[in-house]
Design a protein around this ligand. Structure first.
Ligand SMILES: [Zn+2]
Length: 387
């Protein structure tokens, strides 16, 4: 099995190269917008789009042959995604351009990438930390995206194909329960609870609400300052969440590796509705609603593929109400679970995680294993893997 990983590196262009990059981003977006306006909205095939507007794109916007091809492909791809969501592609912003092997290459000896810009090829130095160097070493990446981030700097998102380790076959299962009160609880009893994490998140929330007030009610300059801080804050909160999701998923996958286990998680469809069931107070609903479980799940999945740990999704019905010892419906009050049949009582999320593990084991042991679920991984514009 193969998976695509995106490595993001900051570019260090000369002032002259920065100007060229701006021009390419502008021309690429203009070309996409032109194609989007000229070609009937229901057409999503990149080949059809290319047949209709390729010549225009080259003539009107001065794009190189392959950039024009990539622009057509971008319009097609965005239209397909929009169609799935019942939306239409409106405009393209001059913040990114796609590159393939003909117009992009990576050179390890001096850590540069070469990109075709408006006036030919340019070698641009990249900043690569240990992580990026480790991933890029010896690699021959064949596609990339040139991006301008919100910080105003230019980045290159390089796609690397990794061959995944063969999956370990095993009957051990670690069940993971997501997000009622704690972010994650495993059937081994590990948990990422709430207190410390919630403290950090509540602080973000308090600061945010107070700033939001200021951003609408204060004087003009206060409003402007408040908006600025809010923007910065949204970044640091997102990074905190991402950092923690990485940490949680890494730890779970490593535990699974140690005991050759499969990881079972709940199928997340409808997690918001389920975790929102009464009785829960407003604060708790806010906490679980604002956590990115989809991100956590996709991190688990791609780390699983990397290390050869299988991640399976089981249907979530009853995992929180059933007693894991005797399978009777028990009583759940707040954080405790109590079984009226066998008398087991304990942490409700641990009970849930054990049920998920049991369901997972049932799947794993099924002959043929046809119920094993895999998720297609794709990347979003920021280069994050998403399920
Ligand atoms: Zn019981």
């Amino acid at each position: 099995m193969e998976q695509v990983l995106t490595v993001v590196c900051k570019l260090n262009p000369t002032p002259k190269q920065s100007e060229e990059i701006e021009l390419v981003l502008k021309a690429f977006a203009d070309a996409c917008n032109h194609a989007n306006q000229q070609v009937k909205p229901q057409i999503t095939s990149k080949t059809t789009i290319q047949n209709m507007v390729y010549k225009d794109l080259r003539a009107l916007f001065g794009l190189s042959a392959n950039l024009a091809v990539r622009a057509c492909a971008r319009v097609g791809a965005n239209r397909k995604t929009a169609k799935q969501k019942d939306q239409q592609v409106l405009t393209f912003k001059p913040t990114s351009a796609d590159y393939d092997a003909r117009i992009f290459s990576f050179r390890e000896k001096d850590w540069t990438v070469s990109l075709t810009l408006m006036n030919g090829r340019e070698h641009i130095k990249i900043d690569a930390g240990n992580y990026q160097r480790g991933k890029l070493k010896g690699g021959k990446p064949t596609s990339a995206q040139l991006c301008k981030h919100r910080d105003g700097n230019y980045y290159i998102h390089i796609q690397i194909k990794e061959v995944a380790t063969a999956l370990i076959k095993s009957n051990n299962v670690i069940g993971v329960d997501f997000g009622r009160r704690d972010i994650a609880v495993t059937s081994n009893g590990d948990k990422w609870d709430g207190q410390q994490i919630n403290d950090v998140r509540d602080k973000f929330f308090r600061v945010r609400s107070s700033l939001q007030k200021k951003a609408t009610k204060g004087t003009r300059s206060t409003r402007r300052r408040a908006r600025k801080i809010l923007q910065r804050l949204s970044g640091s909160e997102r990074r905190f969440q991402q950092w923690l999701n990485h940490k949680i998923s890494k730890s779970i996958i490593q535990d699974a590796l140690k005991i050759d286990a499969v990881v079972a998680i709940e199928n997340l469809t409808g997690i918001r509705e389920r975790t929102n069931q009464q009785p829960r107070n407003k604060t708790e609903r806010r906490r679980s609603n604002s956590w990115s479980f989809y991100q956590l799940r996709s991190f688990l999945e791609y780390k699983g593929i990397q290390f050869g740990v299988e991640v399976i999704a089981v249907p979530p019905a009853y995992t929180s109400q059933t007693c894991h010892c005797c399978l009777h419906i028990g009583l759940r009050s707040d954080k405790r679970f109590k079984c009226g049949n066998c008398g087991w009582s304990g942490d409700a999320d641990l009970n849930g995680a054990k049920n998920i593990a049991a369901l997972g084991a049932a799947f794993v042991n099924q002959p043929g294993g046809t119920n094993r679920l895999y998720c297609n991984l794709s990347t979003d514009s920021s280069g994050l893997l998403k399920a």
